[in-house]
Design a protein around this ligand. Structure first.
Ligand SMILES: C[S@@+](CC[C@H](N)C(=O)[O-])C[C@H]1O[C@@H](n2cnc3c(N)ncnc32)[C@H](O)[C@@H]1O
Length: 820
């Protein structure tokens, strides 16, 4: 036996128990299998790479992956139990010390979008195998492996050393296990204690890449089953090495499992607590208190379906004492609220409240459920409350609302479906224009990420580095499906890109009221992680919450939020969509920006912010490899590459230099930019917006009152270049407009262009307002102010803020009128 030379390993070795040494000496040392690993290790990733370095790294990694795939599988060989365990102890010690230093940040890298296997075969259809039967670089389809942990886990990613019943040891990494990424080491010890027996469905044995040893890699938490005393699979297993040294003793009565669950629950360890209750329930499925306690743990985890199943199961039991009946009813009501089943929740809260009229929390729950029901029925929201709440915490409480839209087949679109209007969504009143308000299936904001962890996610589908929130969001989506198995199809029926079979031709909009029990020992639903990553990559939104104008956004691109929304994922793209989305906190609001006729497709833009053609095309390639077919892209393409490049260069130069006090230069640039558009294109030339706006700014900087009208004319041209139709510049000078209650707008509100984000338009409208005030034309100014406020309100800004702007400007106008 060779002792490790590394002092840290030696120290860890000293802590080993005699049983470990005995196992090593008794013949579980490595046999002489040939170890042919990939001669070329994967390229090394540097966390601070530039975008160019990143894209060449991704290319290199893909090439390495393809080359590695061609190496044939090879038989597994025995690893040294002793060195695996000593290394594990040493790494654990290192990570514990690291974790105890608050200032340290752990950097992890994950790669999404590469093939990875998740089993879809029920355990009873699989056959057992031992490590000695396994092949490295192979997924063992049709087989399962039973193993148990023999050392503490190594880091906050679940990296274990396990043995099979023959005593053969190997390393095993489990990804995406519910709540694992949020926990610290001691939390994970509660989930994966030494001696824990697991069954891994269709395991993949991967060649060594990061360290010296091959590893069993598990990507889907639904591939892991835990000990079930009733199952023959586990019961018949004989462990050659006897009892695992250092394994904590396990409770062996229902009461003891309850006590263990309760103490974990008190420590806010909801998932380990649910585990403990589940172990007790395996011994006695009629243990109602354990079932109700598990329901409460599930509520804390957001496993609303699991909670509803447990609570309703408890309610069905005969002779349930009143106190338990109350608990079951209340927990079921909360679970139904979490599932968005407002009417069911109201009925149950009502029933509970009748019995406990003194319960303030229940009264509050009841009124919140009623408010949600009203929102979902009418589409009418207290935007002011939502906006204010969203400034503190983007995860806001609101119901979903679906306006006059439905899913329809569109065979020429990837995924084959899209959204159409079920009646004319006409111009005018705000409500009629609101087709959809949607809560996220999952949304992760930078503040949700653990402060001491930096997770770098490389998306091999999109060939780019994803935001930190994206990696966390995919894991969170996996966890949500795990605890709410009834939501599986709502996610898996979204489009997963061209590498997967197409989704069904329709999409079920209503969720099923049926509950599905959740057992963390034996997952109820198969989670296909690779497909989920592909779904995420093709459907995710960046739900940047609406903030007051001028709010600084984070400069760090990697800190952007990321979310998956269900029905909003069914909208197809147009760069000039007839609808557009904004976020109040994590609530997506999609509104029609133009009159949409019954049967017309409703489209939104997938790009964010302003993007010239080349950038748009690059961004949209993932969705539409042959290019976007909207009229803006088609017209831009017709202008030709040279004109597009010239336009881009001119705008860049204009924005970069932005010379002040050089009106002639600005005018020349405006002419040149305008000339890059074909004459036949008509007045809508979105990128000339910047040119006209710059000319207006130059005129204003002359500080001459008699020139202001010219500045206004340029700003109006800027708006027209986006596609605005100006109602009338003169209309408000009539006496009728001075009457109280005048609602006249300066713009035609039946058509709001989506060529550029609304914030830019609104700023220009406010500048025009200010200029008209300076000119003493208060009525015209009022019509522009009204338009700006209307637009602001339109994208969801709260009335109160608008009113304060309005009051301020009206006061200025009054002062102006008095002084003139
Ligand atoms: C978020 S999904 C939209 C819904 C999708 N059509 C479905 O059936 O689930 C995005 C995918 O829809 C397709 N898509 C969206 N807009 C499109 C367009 N304008 N032309 C062609 N395909 C489009 C692309 O394949 C894209 O990857």
């Amino acid at each position: 036996m060779n002792l490790p030379a590394d002092p840290a390993l030696l120290m860890a070795l000293m802590r080993l128990q005699p049983d470990d040494l005995r196992a090593e000496l008794e013949g579980y040392a490595p046999h002489n299998g040939t170890h042919r690993s990939n001669p070329i290790p994967p390229p090394i990733f540097s966390p601070n790479s530039s975008p160019d370095q990143m894209s060449s790294y991704i290319k290199e990694y893909k090439a390495w992956f393809e080359a590695d795939k061609r190496i044939p599988p090879q038989p597994a060989y025995r690893l040294s139990r002793l060195s695996l365990i000593t290394q594990q102890h040493a790494s654990r010690q290192f990570v514990s010390e690291f974790e105890s230093r608050d200032s340290e940040v752990i950097v992890q890298m994950t790669i999404t979008g590469l093939p990875k296997h998740s089993s879809m075969t029920p355990v009873w259809q699989l056959q057992g195998l031992h490590l000695s039967d396994m092949m490295i670089r192979k997924t063992h389809i049709g087989r399962y492996l039973i193993c148990r942990t023999v050392a503490p886990l190594r880091s906050t990613a679940v990296q274990l050393v396990v043995e099979d019943p023959d005593g053969a040891c190997f390393a095993c990494s489990i990804y995406n296990f519910p709540t694992a990424s949020t926990g610290n080491l001691s939390y994970l010890d509660d989930m994966f204690p030494i001696g824990l027996i697991m069954l891994i469905r269709e395991p993949t044995y991967k060649a060594a890449t990061q360290g010296p040893n091959p590893i069993i890699r598990v990507d889907s938490p639904s591939d892991i089953f835990f000990v079930d005393s009733g199952s023959t699979v586990f019961r018949d297993v004989v462990w050659r090495t006897g009892r695992v040294p250092n394994a904590p003793s396990e409770p062996d009565t229902v009461e003891q499992w309850k006590a263990k669950g309760n103490s974990l629950f008190k420590a806010a360890r909801w998932f380990p607590a649910a585990f403990a209750y589940s172990r007790g329930l395996k011994m006695d499925p009629t243990a109602i208190v354990l079932r109700l306690n598990r329901a409460e743990a599930y509520l804390r985890l957001g496993f609303y379906t699991g909670a509803a199943a447990d609570a309703s199961d408890a309610l069905k039991s005969a002779d349930l004492p009143d106190t338990l009946q109350d608990k079951a009813l209340y927990r079921l009501a909360k679970a139904e609220y979490g599932r968005g089943r407002w009417t069911a929740a109201i009925g149950m809260f009502d029933e509970y409240f009748l019995r406990h009229p003194e319960d303030k929390e229940a009264a509050d729950c009841l009124s919140r459920a009623k408010a949600r029901l009203a929102e979902s029925d009418t589409g009418s929201y207290d935007w002011c409350r939502l906006f204010q709440e969203s400034q503190k915490d983007p995860h806001i409480e609101a119901a979903e609302y679906r306006g006059p839209i439905k899913v329809q087949q569109f065979l020429n679109r990837g995924g084959g479906r899209g959204i159409i209007a079920t009646r004319d969504v006409c111009a005018g009143e705000l409500l009629v224009r609101t087709p959809l308000v949607s809560k996220p299936f999952i949304a992760v904001y930078p503040q949700d990420l653990p402060p001491n962890r930096q997770i770098l996610t490389l998306d091999m589908i999109a060939s780019k580095q994803e935001t930190m929130s994206t990696g966390a969001a995919v894991s969170a989506a996996i966890q949500k499906i795990y605890g709410n198995p009834d939501l599986h199809d709502a996610v898996y029926h979204l489009y997963a890109g061209p590498s997967y079979p197409p989704p069904p031709p329709s999409y079920r909009l209503e969720s099923s009221p049926a509950t599905v029990p959740v057992d963390p020992l034996a997952p109820a639903v198969d989670v296909d992680v690779a497909r989920l990553e592909a779904i995420y990559s093709h459907n995710a939104f960046r739900p940047e919450p609406l903030a007051p104008v001028g709010t600084e956004r984070s400069e760090q691109a990697m800190k952007e939020p990321s979310g998956l929304y269900l029905l909003p994922s069914l909208f197809n793209h147009s760069c000039v969509g007839n609808a557009a989305w904004t976020c109040i906190g994590d609530l997506i609001v999609i509104r029609a920006f133009q009159t949409i006729k019954v049967g017309d497709e409703v489209t939104i833009s997938y790009r964010s912010g302003e993007m010239p053609y080349a950038e748009r095309a690059k961004h949209l390639k993932k969705y539409m490899p042959s290019g976007c077919d909207c009229w803006l892209c088609e017209d831009d393409r017709k202008d030709g590459e040279n004109s597009l490049q010239r336009r881009h260069d001119l705008i860049e130069a204009l924005k970069r230099r932005a010379p002040r006090g050089n009106l002639n230069h600005a005018r020349t640039m405006a002419r040149r930019i305008d000339a890059t558009y074909a004459v036949s294109r008509g007045p809508v030339r979105p990128e000339t917006f910047w040119a006209f706006h710059t000319v207006a700014r130059e005129i204003r900087s002359l500080d001459r009152l008699n020139m202001l009208q010219k500045a206004i004319a340029e700003e109006i041209k800027a708006l027209e270049s986006l596609g605005y139709v100006i109602a009338s510049n003169k209309a408000s000078s009539t006496s009728r407009s001075q009457q109280q209650g005048d609602t006249r707008m300066a713009i035609d509100t039946s058509f709001i262009p989506t060529t550029l984000p609304l914030d830019y338009h609104i700023r220009v409208m406010l500048l025009i307002t200010r200029d008209f005030i300076a000119l003493g034309k208060s009525n015209v100014a009022a019509s522009w102010l009204r338009s700006a406020c209307w637009s602001k309100y339109f994208i969801g800004l709260v009335k109160r803020e608008i009113n304060s702007v309005r009051q301020y400007l009206e006061q200025v106008m009054e002062e102006n009128q008095t002084s003139s």
